[in-house]
Structure formats: C-alpha cells, structure tokens
Design a protein around this ligand. Structure first.
Ligand SMILES: C[S@@+](CC[C@H](N)C(=O)[O-])C[C@H]1O[C@@H](n2cnc3c(N)ncnc32)[C@H](O)[C@@H]1O
Ligand code: SF4
Length: 358
C-alpha cells in the first residue's frame, strides 16, 4: 500500500488506512467485517490514543493491531496563540522532523491548515516552506493526526473542526495518494465527517494531478496558486511554471471546471512592485475571462526574512481588486490571521531548523 515505504521505519500508522483498507485488513486477518467499523469509531469518533482503550475488541485483535500498527506521535514542540485566536503548532514527528499546523477561529467555526510534506521541493521564491528543500512526504496518518489532534484539543471546549485547508507546508499534489487517503477519511460519514465543500486543497499547479483530481468525483474545493498573470513572470516567481507552463495550467483548470462544474479559487499573493501593478490586474482579468465563476483571493505577501519581497500598499491592493471586479472577476482580500505569530507557512519550522533541529 504505497505509503509504508515512506515511513521512517517499520510499522504503518493506524491512521494510514482508509475505510476500504480497514475492511480489507479485517478480512485478511480472519475477523468479522463489523470490526472495521469499530476500529474506525475508536479512531475518529472516540479519538482514543492507544490500543488498550479499544475495549469492545477482543484482546487477541487488540494485540494484532498493536503488533502491526503504531499511533502517530505528534510531539508538541511549541504553540503560539495569536490575538485573533489563531493557534499555530510546531509538532515533531517520530523521526524528529518538524511540521506546522494552524487552527483558525472564524465566526462560522474552526478551520485547520495542514502540512502534507516535510519541506517542499517546488522552490517558490516567496515561500518559507521550501527553504530547506523537501525532506520527505508525510504519510496519510501523519496528515490525519494533525486534524485529530486539533479536534482532541477542541473537544475540551465542545467545539468542532468545521473546515480544512491543505495550505500548510508542502505541495499536496506531489504527495497525491497520501492526500487522497487523508481526504477520504476526513469526508467519510464514519470518519471525521467533514463536509466536502468545507475542504480546500491548494496546488502550485502540478498539471497531471489537476486532471486526476478532476476525475475523483468529490465536492472538495480546488485552489490554484497562480500569483502571476503570464508565463514569463510566473516562471520567475515559481519555478514549477517551467515544468508545467502557464498555458497548460490554464487548460487543466478549464478541464477541471468543465468536468466538475465547480469553481476554482485562484490565489494571488501581491508582492510590491513585482506583480501588483494595474497592468497585472488587467492581464489577470483577461486570462480569467474564460472562467465565469472564478474567484481570486488576493493575499498581501507575508514577510519572510530570507526573501526580499515587500507588501503592496493598502490602496494599491484595493485598486487591484477594483480592476478585477470591473472585469466581472470576483475578488476578495484575504483576512490576515495570526500575522503576529509568524503564521506565514513554514516560518516557524525554518526558525526551528536554524536552531539545529530537522
Ligand atoms: C504554503 S502553500 C501550500 C499549498 C501548495 N503548495 C500551494 O502552493 O498552493 C499555501 C499558499 O500559501 C501561499 N504562500 C506561500 N508563501 C507565501 C508568502 N510569503 N506570503 C503569502 N502567501 C504565501 C502559497 O502561494 C499558497 O497559495
Ligand atoms: S508555495 Fe506551495 S509549492 Fe510553493 S514552495 Fe511554498 S509550499 Fe511549495
């Protein structure tokens, strides 16, 4: 099952398996089918953290589980709480690699931003997540554990994780199978049962997997980190554009919209004097004319000390937005959350690595 090989060592995690994989596992191990449902219930409804708590399973079955699986240990190195209620966690995995998870409070509920890889190999010039390159993919269980952990913390106050964004460290479409297993568990009625329309996966534009995702028949939202209105500028900001050129990306997006009937969110981080001029807005509006339902999310670039991009002045952000709207492109300016706790993705891990950690 394609994920064991990515484990630092030995056993898979209990969260690595989807509903279907648990059904198979109980069959292969000579157990009745309903045991799979009981295991899922302990993991995702009762959210226990060791095998002994699975009290309605026979001891022989618990021993079998213990022999073959581990629980994910997310060791909390630090957490930072922002004035607006955002909490950013720095977790250490079993192999000491560090990842970030963010829980944001909105008036409609709690949203969680998850990490999918230890680092990233895409190399976007404005992003802190890619500074040390890619160490390894996360397993599905390591992604799931971030949500379960957040939900365990929210359980204390009777709250729920109501939405998920895959916008933490890493490129989800470069760890596609693990991300799909993660998503299947999140939306499963007997799993965490999170509404599909409340989940967003964001990609820098791994074109073949945009086509693949379009065929998955889910209601999960897709966001594309576009950040430039043309091929030349995008290649400067995002080296992935040389692998999958702008025109191919736009083609893939059109296919996705045609196939799914769903709208795409285009993320556009505004970098002072780089991609934030009125002519960039006009050009972007032209490119997006063929997406009648397109939505542009304008993000004031987060400061990253290793990068020298500066923020677009407030008035220029509004001008950019007005130009898009004049061209009938729906555009919002992203509310900044947790900016006082270095919420820009990858910054905490980057600082942690500077101190000699992984
Ligand atoms: C960290 S990425 C993870 C998901 C995926 N790799 C991607 O690029 O879409 C999530 C979003 O954060 C944006 N981002 C990265 N660095 C940023 C920065 N310094 N300021 C603002 N947004 C940033 C990315 O472009 C992307 O839209
Ligand atoms: S923006 Fe996304 S794809 Fe680009 S380096 Fe950061 S995490 Fe990787």
């Amino acid at each position: 099952m394609g994920t064991k090989d990515k484990m630092p060592e030995g056993k898979p995690y209990v969260y690595d398996y989807s509903w279907d994989q648990w059904q198979e596992w109980v069959k292969e191990n000579g157990e009745s089918g309903f045991r799979a449902g009981q295991i899922f219930d302990w993991l995702y409804v009762k959210r226990i953290s060791n095998f002994d708590e699975m009290t309605n399973l026979p001891k022989t079955l618990r021993d079998k589980l213990r022999e073959q699986f581990d629980f994910v240990t997310l060791h909390e190195v630090a957490h930072y709480r922002s004035k607006d209620g955002t909490v950013k966690f720095l977790f250490e995995l079993a192999d000491k690699n560090a990842i970030e998870t963010v829980v944001m409070k909105h008036n409609y509920g709690n949203s969680i931003c998850v990490t999918t890889q230890v680092g990233c190999r895409i190399g976007c010039t404005f992003c802190a997540s890619t500074l040390g390159g890619l160490k390894r993919n996360l397993t599905p269980g390591e992604i799931i554990a971030q949500v379960v952990k957040a939900q365990q913390l929210l359980d204390e106050t009777g709250e729920r994780v109501s939405s998920i964004v895959i916008m933490g460290i890493g490129e989800p479409f470069e760890n596609y199978d693990a991300v799909m297993t993660f998503l299947r568990v999140m939306i499963h009625p007997k799993g965490l049962n999170i509404g599909q329309r409340h989940i967003t996966v964001s990609t820098s534009g791994i074109v073949p997997n945009i086509y693949k995702f379009a065929e998955e028949e889910t209601q999960i939202n897709l966001a594309i980190s576009i950040h430039a209105p043309n091929d030349a500028l995008r290649s400067k900001l995002m080296p992935v554009n040389r692998r999958f050129p702008f025109a191919d990306l736009i083609e893939a997006c059109k296919f996705y919209v045609g196939k799914t009937g769903r709208r795409i969110t285009f993320e556009y981080a505004l970098m002072g004097g780089v991609n934030d001029q009125p002519e960039h807005a006009e050009e972007l509006a032209q490119v997006l004319q063929s997406f009648p339902m397109a939505h542009v999310n304008l993000i004031p670039v987060n400061f990253v000390s290793e990068r020298n991009f500066v923020r677009t002045p407030r008035n220029d952000i509004f001008t950019f937005q007005r130009i898009l709207e004049k061209n009938k492109i729906n555009a919002t300016i992203r509310r900044e959350q947790g900016s006082d706790i270095a919420a820009a993705c990858g910054q905490l891990r980057a600082k942690h690595m500077e101190s000699g950690a992984r």
